[in-house]
Each structure stands twice: as C-alpha cells, then as structure tokens.
Design a protein around this ligand. Structure first.
Ligand SMILES: NC(=O)C1=CN([C@@H]2O[C@H](COP(=O)(O)OP(=O)(O)OC[C@H]3O[C@@H](n4cnc5c(N)ncnc54)[C@H](OP(=O)(O)O)[C@@H]3O)[C@@H](O)[C@H]2O)C=CC1
Ligand SMILES: O=C([O-])CC(=O)C(=O)O
Length: 266
C-alpha cells in the first residue's frame, strides 16, 4: 500500500481524495486543511474516516504528499514533506517559482517534487525542446470574467469584471510577474516556464473575455528542434471557476503514474 496524504482539501484536493479512496493499493493516511469544519464535512461527504492533521505530522506518515492548498500555504506543507524524504505532487507552480529553494531541500533529503501538468498540455514537448534551444515561448490566457474575480492584480487595477461587455487585456509581461498578479489563475504559465525557458523569458498575456465560458490557453513555442502551438479550452469547475475540471484529473494521473505498473507519457 502506498500511503497518500492530501494537503489542501478544496476543489482539487477533494476530487483527488475521492479517487485515492477508491484505489485498492493506495491508503489515504491524512488530510491537512484550512477550516477544520469544512474538511470534516468534505470527508463525511466522501464517507471517509481519515484523520485531519498538521502538515508536519502528515510529512512523517505519507509516502506521497499531494499539495493542493493556496499559494500562501505552499512552504509550510512542502518543506516538512521534502525534509522527511517524501514525494510531493503539486500543481502550485505559481508558488514554486517563488520558492525554488525547495528543490535544494528535496535534493538534500531524497525527496521529489512532481509538478503535474495541471490545466495544460504538451509540457513533455516543451521539456524536450528545452534540451536544445528554445527561441521563444508565448502564452495567451483568456478567461471568463468570473474566473478572474479576486485576483490581486484585478483588485489593484480596480476593474469591475462583472461589468465587462468586451475583452479586456489585464496583463502583458513575464510569466513571473503574471503569476504574482494572478497566483490562483495562471499556474499554467508558471508550469510552462519551468518546463521551458524560465519565468522571466516566458511571455504572458491575460485577458478577461465575457464571450467565453471556458478558461482558454494558447501557447506558441519556437525552438531549434520544432515550432509548435498548443491550445486548450478548460471547463471551469463549479466550486472555483478559475480552476479547470482537468486539473484534478491531471493530479490523479500524476499519482497513478507514480504508483502503477504502466506509465504512459513522460
Ligand atoms: N497548475 C494548474 O493547472 C492549477 C493549479 N492550481 C493551484 O492548485 C491549488 C489548489 O487549487 P484549488 O483546489 O482550486 O483551490 P481551493 O481554494 O478550492 O482549495 C484550497 C483548499 O486549501 C485549504 N487551505 C487553506 N489554508 C490551508 C493550509 N494552511 N493548509 C492546508 N490547506 C489549506 C482551503 O481551505 P479553506 O477553504 O478552509 O480556506 C481549501 O479547501 C492552488 O495553489 C491553485 O493555485 C489551481 C488550478 C489549476
Ligand atoms: O493555471 C491555473 O491556475 C488554472 C487555469 O488556468 C485553468 O484551469 O485553466
């Protein structure tokens, strides 16, 4: 039995928990949450008798810690897990690019960080191209306004997204700056940057588009090995529209890839 812990039991974490509970070779050994009453209700919804614990306690119990908490909690969860030599599976790429020293912590203690592809595609091709020379990576994210409400940069600009009648460009710059302004909205840009030419070289535009119902990403890569274009249209989750439905499935696929006899794709 592989022991799984989940830190952050919200939109993604709860879906992953439901899947883990249905796997005969996986054991959900603990959950770390924000509001305890909400986690208790979520576990009750799943019919699960699983202890709620601190991130430090989970680090000592789990072989794999699934980190699906808000950006601000990233270090408190990931540092003890890696120090204990656990494998961390996460999609919090916006948090990782601000805390790259955790990679050194993993290296020093035999831990691993698996950044699942999340709400994106094609990171295998971007990583392969990065073994040669990538000339440019450009990403354009367009989301329905409801998917961007509450982002720090939207609040800073004082834009009333609910009043939009036509597309509005909210950001044009580096993936690093974009992830700072929209930490819960463009993790995909941070993942793309980690796979390719880094957060300062990866270019990003973010648009709020009232005509859209899906979170859409278009990526252009120009490299000495290939030029390619990636497009995805993510169906928003009901709980958190900025998070596409495919994200939790990507985390599940990553855990499955770590624990099953057959793994397809790199
Ligand atoms: N790479 C990608 O494609 C994507 C990445 N993400 C990232 O994944 C992460 C999770 O996203 P999502 O599930 O949508 O977010 P949610 O807000 O739905 O869930 C986060 C959960 O974490 C809980 N939480 C709050 N504080 C802590 C803490 N200190 N320790 C543990 N848990 C805590 C929250 O509880 P409470 O509600 O009580 O505060 C909430 O239940 C985020 O970092 C997000 O940015 C999201 C979408 C796509
Ligand atoms: O990257 C993110 O944080 C989420 C996202 O864009 C999506 O789900 O399409």
């Amino acid at each position: 039995m592989t022991k799984i812990g989940i830190a952050g039991f919200g939109t993604i974490g709860k879906a992953v928990g439901k899947w883990v509970l249905a796997q005969p070779d996986l054991e959900l050994v603990g959950v770390v949450g924000g509001d305890r009453a909400k986690v208790e209700q979520s576990l009750a919804d799943l019919g699960a008798d699983v202890p709620i614990m601190s991130a430090d306690a989970l680090a000592l119990q789990a072989d794999i810690v699934v980190e699906t908490a808000p950006t601000a909690a990233f270090r408190d969860i990931v540092v003890p897990a890696l120090t204990a030599g656990a494998c961390v599976v996460t999609v919090s790429a916006a948090a990782l690019i601000e805390n790259m020293d955790v990679v050194d912590i993993a290296r020093a203690h035999g831990g691993r960080i698996i950044m699942a592809t999340g709400a994106l595609l094609g990171l295998d091709a971007v990583r392969a191209a990065a073994q040669g020379t990538i000339h440019s990576v450009t990403m354009v994210t367009r989301k329905p306004p409801k998917s961007l409400i509450g982002a720090p940069e939207v609040v800073r600009q004082g834009v009333d997204l609910s009043a939009l009648t036509e597309p509005l460009m909210l950001f044009d710059g580096s993936a690093r700056e974009g992830a700072r302004g929209f930490p819960a909205n463009v993790n995909v840009a941070a993942s793309l940057a980690l796979a390719g030419i880094g957060p300062d070289q990866t270019r990003l535009q973010i648009w709020a588009d009232p005509a859209l119902e899906r979170n859409t990403h278009r990526i252009l890569v120009d490299a000495d090995s290939a030029s390619f274009e990636l497009r995805i249209q993510n169906i928003p989750t009901i709980e958190k529209p900025g998070t596409g439905r495919i994200t939790a499935l990507s985390v599940i696929a990553a855990v499955e890839g770590l624990t099953s006899a057959l793994k397809v794709g790199s």
